[in-house]
Design a protein. Structure first.
Length: 148
C-alpha cells in the first residue's frame, strides 16, 4: 500500500467520524422527544381511565334564564375547572360561573368535590346538556328540571 491509499483511508475515516459526531446529537434529541411524548400520552391515558363524574342535578329557571348543572367528581383525578366545558343543546355555554363546593371560580376540582356550573342567558329550556372534562370524560342528560 502506498502513501496515497493510506491518506485516502485517513481522510475517509476522519470524514466518517465528523459525520457521526454531527449526527449523534440530532438522533439523541429525537429519541428523547419521542420518549417524552410517549410518557405524556401514557399519563393522559391513566388520567382518563381514573376519571369519573356523575351529573347529579340539572335545573333550568325559565324566569331568570339560568341553567344550573351540578357534577360530582367520583374519580381519583383532580380536574381543571377551566378545562371542563358545558354544552347546552350542542353549543358551548360561555356566559357561566363555576363553583367548586360552593366556592366561586376555583381552578381545581378534586376527587370527591362537587362542581356547579351556572350558565346565564339560556333563552329556552334545553333538551340536552353535556359536560365534557379536560380528561376526555363526557356525561350528558336529557332529564332537565324546569322551575319558575
Amino acid at each position: 500500500m502506498g502513501f496515497s491509499t493510506s491518506a485516502a483511508v485517513a481522510v475517509v475515516s476522519i470524514g466518517f467520524l465528523i459525520s457521526v459526531g454531527l449526527l449523534y446529537p440530532a438522533v439523541e434529541q429525537s429519541v428523547q422527544d419521542v420518549s417524552d411524548a410517549t410518557d405524556t400520552r401514557e399519563d393522559r391515558m391513566l388520567d382518563t381511565r381514573n376519571s369519573d363524574a356523575a351529573l347529579s342535578d340539572v335545573t333550568y329557571n325559565n324566569t331568570t334564564d339560568v341553567l344550573n348543572v351540578t357534577v360530582n367528581n367520583t374519580g381519583t383525578v383532580t380536574m381543571d375547572v377551566a378545562g371542563t366545558d358545558l354544552l347546552v343543546d350542542g353549543e358551548i355555554a360561555t356566559n357561566r360561573t363555576t363553583y367548586v363546593d360552593g366556592v366561586a371560580d376555583r381552578e381545581l376540582w378534586v376527587a370527591g368535590e362537587q362542581l356547579r356550573i351556572e350558565a346565564r342567558d339560556v333563552r329556552t329550556a334545553p333538551e340536552r346538556v353535556v359536560v365534557v372534562t379536560g380528561t376526555g370524560l363526557e356525561r350528558s342528560t336529557t332529564g332537565i328540571t324546569v322551575v319558575s
